[in-house]
Design a protein around this ligand. Structure first.
Ligand SMILES: C[C@@H](N)C(=O)N[C@H](C)C(=O)O
Ligand SMILES: [Zn+2]
Length: 254
């Protein structure tokens, strides 16, 4: 169990909705391209309150950097997708170490899984401990400039390494590495200004209203108690049949 999972949840019932087309969209979506089981759901859904805050964060960005956009890599993630991606990441990690997923010893599997879970949340079906993205309140993002070029943050989203830690480049001496830290700080600035919290291990992961957000607020703001506003979105909207609007060509990265 992760420490933030002790936070109680009182779901406010906001619906999931597609993010606006003003964002730069990761396409094809990385996990859909791997065959992750989305069913009729879109990875570009967020709870409406979270979606509106993300929009405000992008508007704020554009007051500082004209024409820049938030690039959305991932947002809503049903629990079966979380399970699929944890298993996929474990297989990839095993392969990178010259191991075969099917022939891992119990100890090897435990060690690899510990590395995976440093970055990925447990795909829990328990309504008291939903994975952050399954609440529709978490989003993985980066920045693109006015020429639609992705900003170099010093490591790729989802990289399983220390370079993913938000302050990894804080004490770097080269000008390039210092720029990685400055851009990570810019991303944090626009998101924190709109109430988001950043994952302690991932420069790209932000959330508003989930258990991790509430727990980080508790720690940082010294609040006496904290309650999450969003639980597993599928438990609330399991009967909804969201309409997927096509993403315009202009927003699709080739
Ligand atoms: C690994 C990354 N894509 C991510 O989303 N991590 C968080 C912690 C999660 O799995 O919820
Ligand atoms: Zn994330």
């Amino acid at each position: 169990m992760k420490p933030y999972q002790i936070i109680p949840i009182a779901d406010c019932g906001e619906p999931l909705a597609e993010i606006s087309q003003s964002f730069f969209i990761q396409a094809p979506h990385a996990y859909q391209a791997l065959g992750a089981p989305y069913g009729n759901k879109s990875p570009f859904y967020l709870r409406t309150g979270v979606r509106d805050r993300l929009q405000a964060a992008q508007n704020f960005l554009q007051t500082m950097r004209a024409g820049w956009q938030i690039k959305v890599f991932d947002a809503y993630r049903p629990i079966p997708v979380q399970r699929f991606m944890v298993e996929h990441t474990l297989c990839e990690l095993a392969k990178a170490q010259g191991l075969d997923r099917q022939h891992l010893s119990a100890q090897q599997e435990q060690e690899l899984m510990a590395q995976v879970l440093q970055f990925w949340a447990i795909p829990s079906d328990d309504p008291n401990t939903p994975p952050p993205h399954s609440t529709g309140a978490a989003v993985d993002i980066t920045l693109v400039d006015r020429d639609r070029q992705e900003i170099n943050m010093g490591s790729a989203i989802d990289e399983i390494s220390d370079r993913s830690f938000p302050n990894y480049f804080e004490t770097a001496t080269s000008a390039e590495a210092r720029s990685f830290h400055a851009y990570r700080e810019l991303l944090l600035q626009i998101m924190a200004a709109h109430g988001f919290q950043r994952h302690p291990n991932e420069w790209w992961h932000f959330s508003y209203g989930d258990q991790m957000w509430a727990w980080l607020n508790l720690k940082e703001l010294g609040q006496a108690k904290a309650i999450a506003k969003y639980g597993d979105a599928n438990r609330i909207f399991c009967d909804s049949r969201p309409i997927l609007e096509p993403i315009p060509e202009i927003l699709i990265e080739k």
